[in-house]
Design a binder for this molecule. Structure first.
Ligand code: ADE
Length: 249
């Protein structure tokens, strides 16, 4: 899969993209990430990428010409529809389902905004999608672009090794993950739950399912409406909910 990122700050993305799983995914050509410096697509002497807003009000707005020029040049020889995603706090809120949807594309172009925002004509006539990574405001779209590239890449075949497989990750099945422990079995006075040391794989699996459901119920109950649960998991969840009710009486 190929990602093209249009940004004023490609250098802030480079280190992260070269590190760990994303670095390996590029070395093995499972993903390609092309960073494009927006200033390279300006035509004036000052390489201007922003200007004052019409109507006043302060702040700066990113000009349409360089962003259109960049995206059109990058996608010039592309085939089929390539999603052009503007990262903006006004977009649809990113989650694992959107990551899965995007992982089905062969190619994605990402536009990172800065300043107060981008000229509206970019939203209307260039971007095909707008994505926010959450209801808070960042200084630019670079971190959101990296969040998107990271989470989408992890879903592509061959990017994760078996030991890192995504099936058990939080959110993959709509639930939060169970707790993890490693050596030592007693740290300070805190012990690893006995079941994890028992060697009884069925009991361990049952404990993990229950912990995962309990955590989701206590921390993110709204996720349970959408979670794909087996009958057995539903049964455990009902018991947990009853226990919670008893406790709160
Ligand atoms: N740009 C600034 N804040 C953002 C956010 N929360 N998501 C996506 N892009 C952004």
């Amino acid at each position: 899969m190929r990602f093209d990122v249009v940004t004023l700050f490609p250098e802030v993305m480079e280190v992260y993209l070269q590190t760990g799983i994303l670095g390996k995914a590029q070395e093995s050509s499972r993903i390609e990430v092309h960073l494009h410096h927006l200033r390279d697509y300006t035509t004036d002497r000052h390489r201007t990428t922003d200007d004052e807003p019409y109507g006043g009000g302060g702040g700066m707005v990113m000009k349409p010409e360089p962003i259109f020029a960049a995206v059109e040049s990058i996608l010039e020889d592309s085939q089929g529809d390539v999603p052009v995603i503007l990262l903006t706090p006004q977009g649809r809120v990113f989650d694992q389902a959107i990551a899965r949807e995007l992982a089905g594309s062969e190619r994605i172009a990402l536009i990172c905004g800065r300043y107060e925002g981008v000229d509206e004509r970019i939203r209307e006539h260039l971007a095909t999608d707008e994505i926010s990574i959450g209801d808070y405001v960042l200084s630019g779209g670079e971190l959101p672009a990296m969040v998107l590239i990271d989470s989408v890449s992890r879903l592509l075949p061959g990017v994760l090794g078996d030991s890192e497989a995504t099936e058990k990750d939080s959110h993959t099945n709509g639930l939060l993950e169970h707790p993890h422990y490693t050596r030592p079995s007693v740290f300070r006075c805190w012990e690893v739950p006995e079941v994890l040391l028992s060697g009884d794989h069925a009991r361990i699996a049952g404990w993990r399912v229950e912990q995962s459901l309990r955590r989701t119920l206590l921390r993110r109950p709204e996720l349970l409406d959408q979670a794909r649960l087996t009958d057995e998991e539903r049964g455990i969840l009902e018991e947990l909910m009853q226990a919670e009710e008893e406790d709160s009486k």
